[in-house]
Design a protein around this ligand. Structure first.
Ligand code: URA
Length: 433
């Protein structure tokens, strides 16, 4: 088989066979296919697409390029959750404890920040002492004992995806529906859970900016999950504005704790309850409505917060900062971005907010950058809020005063102020099962 022939086939719009896809993935990981040929293939896929069958075969080949995790050492049904990436998305830190408090195991492998989007592992590491790299035995022990554990992805989980993702990142081929579906679902299949809940983000801060594309992506991923024998549901949730008010690692942990205390922002609380209910539904805990009541009750009773504390303790983290979030280290400098005119907030460009938080030190400019956990943004005004000139729109936090120049300009431009109050928008647009 020659990669040249496969590139030409796909470039001409023909479907690749199962054995051609399997050869392409295994030989690429083995180093037989150079990056320049794989780049050409990715661009051909970007323009010509892939059938559902080709996407499923590619997902399977990428999943099997490394370890297939066996979670049978953990008792009970295990439910996974995956977000396609967003800004201020601290949902895992809220949902994991809720689901565990309702008696369903959460053994989750999460990622780090990517581009303008944040990652759960970075947020967890904002908790002093927290370990996110556990060996399999300890990972299973923590889940069996506390009901949940969130760790970083093991080194050999879907290595083909790591190589492909790095290539897509620099060849303008990230936002292709079959490539995103295969990338996400390969990791989910390799992670070994019984059921998968997908949180497909849509809007200015998401990889998929339009609702139609987000629904299409959700349908493809659900089909792949079901084909692999995993109960899979997707919710399409809003990422046109940041979720909650905090953007940045310890700021987001603080907001997650407040949400588990029942005093979190309304949008974050609602999205978390919707996602948690669907995870419980997938684990056969009842109808979605019944599961919703269980999720609400887990917050009201304090059980969910206790689960977060138990996981933090089991993974070596300092539980004092969770019990009293005032104990998180504070940023050295604080800067307020104020409104230049009066009116209503009609839009917040979420990707720009993500980029601003990176400029403040909350994310990585390069893969070796060191994250400042205290850095970030707290939005003071959200979509639909009324403002007067001079009102604070957002407060910025950083270790160096010089970081405010770029970040404040980005935030100022991210906010759009209009004369009319904009219509309310849904937080959950659709459910795909
Ligand atoms: N997240 C992933 O893991 N892969 C993609 O392709 C996009 C978002």
């Amino acid at each position: 088989m020659r990669m040249y022939d496969l590139i030409m086939k796909k470039r001409n719009g023909d479907a690749l066979t199962d054995s051609e896809i399997e050869y392409m993935i295994s030989d690429y990981v083995a180093g037989g296919i150079p990056d320049y040929q794989m780049s050409a293939m990715l661009m051909a896929i970007y323009f010509k697409g892939m059938s559902d069958h080709e996407t499923a075969v590619m997902t399977n080949a990428v999943a099997h390029s490394g370890d297939m995790v066996d979670l049978s050492g953990i008792n009970g049904i295990k439910v996974d959750k995956h977000s396609t990436g967003g800004v201020g998305d601290k949902t895992t830190l809220v949902i994991g404890p809720i689901v565990a408090a309702c008696g369903v195991k959460v053994a989750k492998m999460s990622g780090r920040g990517l581009g303008h989007t944040g990652g759960t592992v970075d947020k967890m590491e904002a908790i002093p002492g927290m370990r996110t790299s556990l060996d399999t035995e300890e990972f299973f022990d923590v889940v069996n004992k506390t009901g949940l554990s969130v760790v970083g992805q093991s080194g050999n989980l879907a290595p083909a995806d790591k190589k492909l993702y790095a290539l897509r990142d620099v060849t303008a081929t990230v936002d292709s529906i079959p490539l995103i579906a295969a990338s996400i679902m390969s990791k989910k299949l390799a992670a070994g859970n019984d059921c998968i809940l997908l949180d497909v983000k849509t809007g200015s801060g998401a990889f998929m900016k339009s609702l139609d594309d987000s629904i299409l992506l959700a349908q493809k991923m659900v089909a792949i999950g079901e084909h692999a024998g995993k109960r899979t549901v997707a919710l399409i949730t809003d990422m046109d504005i940041p979720l909650g008010y905090g953007i940045g690692n310890s700021l987001e942990v603080i907001e997650a704790v407040e949400t588990l205390q029942g005093k979190g922002p309304q949008d974050l609380t609602e999205v978390c309850i919707s996602l948690a209910s669907n995870m419980l539904y997938l684990a056969n805990k009842g109808t979605v409505e019944e599961c919703r009541k269980m999720a609400v009750n887990a917050i009201e009773s304090g059980e969910a917060l206790n689960k977060l504390i138990a996981m933090v303790e089991a993974q070596g983290g300092d539980t004092q900062v969770i019990k009293d979030t005032e104990k998180f280290k504070k940023a050295a400098y604080v800067y307020d971005v104020v409104a230049k005119s009066k009116g209503y907030i009609t839009h917040i460009n979420t990707e720009q907010c993500g980029i601003a938080s990176v400029a403040l030190g909350a994310g990585r400019e390069t893969k070796d950058s060191i994250i400042d956990y205290a850095a970030g943004i707290v939005l003071k005004k959200k979509y639909g809020d009324q403002v007067e000139a001079g009102d604070v729109l957002a407060t910025l936090y950083a270790e160096k005063e010089s970081y405010f120049a770029t970040a404040s300009e980005l935030i100022e431009r991210a906010y759009k102020i209009g004369t009319d109050k904009p219509e309310n928008k849904p937080l959950v647009y659709a459910r795909v099962d």
